[in-house]
Design a protein around this ligand. Structure first.
Ligand code: PLP
Length: 377
């Protein structure tokens, strides 16, 4: 018999008067991890000198836990504040010959595209964006991207895209890049918690956020670096560990900095373990499927035809009657007038509500959203 796990909003401190249906953007930290952070901050301020002397050892322990969660080699795993920093550090390391291409897709996160543009400007390279349709299957994704890799120095690709919540075939893309001598940077911002061993495909660089699905404190992310780049990869902030030969330690020391989130992050992994995460994730996937159907029905629209959707996110189309120029205003009205937190994403001139499901959500949340939204259309 299949056990159906009950929703556990009691483990979080989320405002019960609000519908929280967008875990995907900024996550949500369980109460237990918040308590640990508060205790660590109290310890810091009881004796800052003692605290900062203890940080190196605590970071080393935390890094081991986080690397083990990703099932990756701890010697190639560094802490970074977020996926944006991970992508930036990768681009700062990889050679980008003048005239070469940095290739992305039209699913890429906007800020990641800006990073590619900044490095392309500095090196006289060119950013090339490959159009990948929303309904593309893995084979189509690989063939469209592979066709753009001539003259490329780097491919930056999402493991799970933000705007379209789509899972990309990373192993095949790594192979395609390797065959052509192109470096591959995997933007796995959404991958930890949603994909097991997300950094295992052998990309040159992989980065992912612990502050999304693993519910760790914000500003906790990882950068996994292939062996050949480990010596050359430097943290974005130059500090005392600049000449440390070990990659993880080089990234640990970022000057005077709030190390509490990095040290407390494994506590959330323990919460997820106690929540029976792999089973729960599969149930959350069914939940968000059902939730998306309920919301789409109320809006008279449909669910995006993504072939491989992220485990815990779905896109529900907004009616075309919603003026695309007022998307931000619409989101604010949903928040203020309907007390619901959602995000809207745009792709190919279509606007979607990207719904999330985490352990604190239940079907009643989506039913309630379905009742509230039509009033705003
Ligand atoms: C695919 C993708 N890449 C990068 C980022 C940036 O993450 P961060 O703001 O933690 O740097 C996000 C954030 O949502 C994302 O979804």
């Amino acid at each position: 018999m299949v056990t159906v796990l009950s929703p556990r909003p009691d483990l979080w401190t989320l405002d019960p008067d609000v519908l929280h249906l967008n875990h995907g953007s900024y996550g949500a930290v369980p109460r237990r991890t918040q308590d640990l952070m508060a205790a660590l901050r109290a310890e810091t301020d009881a004796n800052p000198m003692l605290w900062f002397r203890s940080v190196a050892a605590r970071l080393a322990a935390s890094r081991l836990d986080l690397a083990s969660y990703l099932q990756t080699d701890p010697e190639g795993f560094a802490l970074v504040p977020n996926a944006s920093a991970g992508v930036t550090a990768a681009l700062a390391t990889l050679p980008i010959p003048a005239g070469s291409r940095i290739v992305l897709t039209n699913h890429a996160y906007g800020a990641v595209r800006y990073a590619a543009e900044r490095f392309a400007r500095a090196t006289q390279a060119e950013v090339v964006v490959v159009d990948v349709p929303l309904e593309a299957d893995d084979e189509t994704v690989v063939s469209l991207i592979a066709a753009a890799l001539d003259e490329a120095s780097i491919l930056i690709v999402d493991q799970i895209s933000s705007a379209t919540a789509m899972v990309f075939p990373i192993a095949a893309l790594v192979d395609a890049c390797r065959d052509r001598g192109v470096a591959i940077v995997v933007d796995g911002a959404h991958a930890p918690g949603l994909i097991d061993a997300p950094a295992a495909d052998g990309a040159d660089f992989w980065t992912g956020n612990f502050h999304k699905w693993p519910a760790s404190p914000r500003a906790t992310a990882g950068l996994v670096v292939a062996e050949k780049w480990r010596t050359a990869t430097l943290p974005l902030i130059v500090s005392w560990s600049e000449y440390d030969e070990r990659l993880p330690e080089r990234f640990d020391m970022q000057g005077t900095f709030d190390y509490v989130p990095w040290i407390a992050a494994p506590e959330s992994l323990r919460v997820l373990e106690e929540l029976d995460w792999p089973v729960r994730r599969s149930q959350l996937s069914d939940l968000v499927d059902e939730g998306a159907r309920v919301v789409a029905k109320a809006l008279g629209t449909g669910i995006a035809e993504v072939v491989r959707p992220a485990a815990t996110m779905r896109l529900v189309e907004l009616p075309r009657s919603v003026d695309l120029t007022h998307v931000e205003a619409f989101k604010m009205r949903v928040s203020r007038e309907q007390k619901a937190e959602i995000t809207l994403t745009g792709f190919d001139e279509r606007i979607f509500i990207r719904l999330s499901a985490h352990a604190y959500n239940s079907l009643a949340d989506y039913e309630s959203l379905a009742e509230r939204l039509p009033a705003l259309l």
